[in-house]
Design a protein around this ligand. Structure first.
Ligand code: PLP
Length: 335
């Protein structure tokens, strides 16, 4: 897509600045040396700036822009009790003077820790929904808020509708410009993939802005969202996102690489693989991964090296999507 066309399209999308961009790209030299290659770079979306950072800020800039454009006064979203997405949404609401209702799986714990503590500090109202941790009750709660005279805006689960995913089309352009400045070509882009918006946006972004690397999502959640497998969800979202931005491009199953060999014992269950990956990166680079997403995704990257799907000739960029606030509630499994 030409720069002109891209700029015109960008001006059409709603946007409220919430974070600090571009996020840094750093070289993980000591990790690369320790592993004997491939060359590993890291994109630091844990440093997006809002409320301890994370990838959802890119989606929320567009979603909150849309909410404000529609004159809404309250954001409603949902997820797991330790949802990073919910924490970033609560912070975005606070920063814009909006109310925030979070629909969280599980029961209220005796002590609020990690992301949940931060949700409360940002003034979010919490609705506990027991076994439902994917925001299943968001529509019901939005209806109730409307009946109370509020103007709720529903932020989709994980921020992963086409508008949220468009934030990652933009991110792919940001990365391309950074790699050009570094004079660096990458062969693989690796990251944690869950509700699919990050991956869909990066797939569309690679097609729109150029790049010859593999976009590799490491699946972190066995259950997926609803009945739809992650691969199909990403493919559908990529098509919807391209359509939204007026980018004429069709995607096929071949464009969607999802690796699901790291699902372990399920969502948020920390095993040896996550623990070792977190320690390795902390000890070699002084960089914190998280127990649920990036720790598992890094374990996936290490697995790709072990199975020789990645070799010393490759250059991999690991997209750090944030999540460190969840380290603390998992202290017992990590220490
Ligand atoms: C939400 C999240 C992801 C996954 O992004 P999706 O767009 O939902 O696939 C990865 N890492 C962290 C830390 C997250 O919070």
């Amino acid at each position: 897509m030409s720069e002109d066309k891209w700029d015109r399209y960008c001006q059409r999308l709603p946007r409220r600045a919430l974070g600090f961009f571009p996020t840094p790209v750093m070289e993980l030299r000591r990790l690369t040396d320790r592993l004997g290659g491939p060359r590993i770079l890291m994109k630091r979306d844990d440093l997006t700036g809002l409320a301890l950072g994370g990838n959802k800020v890119r989606k929320l800039e567009l979603l909150v822009g849309d909410a404000l454009g529609q004159g809404c006064d309250t954001l409603v979203t949902g997820g797991a009790a330790q949802s990073n997405h919910c924490r970033q949404t609560a912070a975005a609401a606070a920063a814009c003077g909006l109310g925030c209702h979070l629909v969280l799986g599980g029961e209220a714990p005796p002590v609020a820790e990690g992301n949940l503590l931060l949700d409360l500090l940002f003034g979010a109202q919490i609705h506990w929904t027991g076994p439902l941790r994917k925001g299943e009750k968001i529509p019901e709660i939005a209806t109730r808020l409307k009946a109370d005279g509020l103007r709720p805006y529903v932020v989709p689960y994980g921020g992963s509708g086409p508008l949220g995913a468009a934030g990652f089309v933009d991110a792919a352009r940001e990365l391309r410009m950074q790699l050009e400045a570094l004079g660096c070509d990458i062969s693989h882009l690796v990251f944690a993939s869950s509700s699919g918006g990050t991956q869909a946006g990066l797939v569309v972004g690679k097609a729109a802005h150029g790049g010859s690397f593999d976009v590799v999502g490491i699946g972190i959640d066995k259950e997926g969202v609803g009945e739809e497998p992650l691969r199909e969800r990403v493919l559908r979202l990529a098509g919807e996102t391209a359509r939204l931005i007026g980018f004429d491009c069709a995607f096929s199953a071949r464009d969607i690489i999802v690796r699901e060999e790291c699902l372990g014992s399920g969502y948020g269950v920390v095993g040896d693989a996550e623990r070792e990956a977190i320690r390795l990166v902390a000890e070699t680079e002084g960089v914190l991964l998280d127990p649920v997403y990036t720790g598992r995704a890094m374990a996936g990257l290490l697995g790709m090296i072990e199975s020789r799907d990645l070799t010393a000739d490759d250059t991999v960029l690991f997209w750090h999507t944030g999540g460190a606030p969840a380290l603390f509630p998992h202290a017992r499994e990590l220490a």
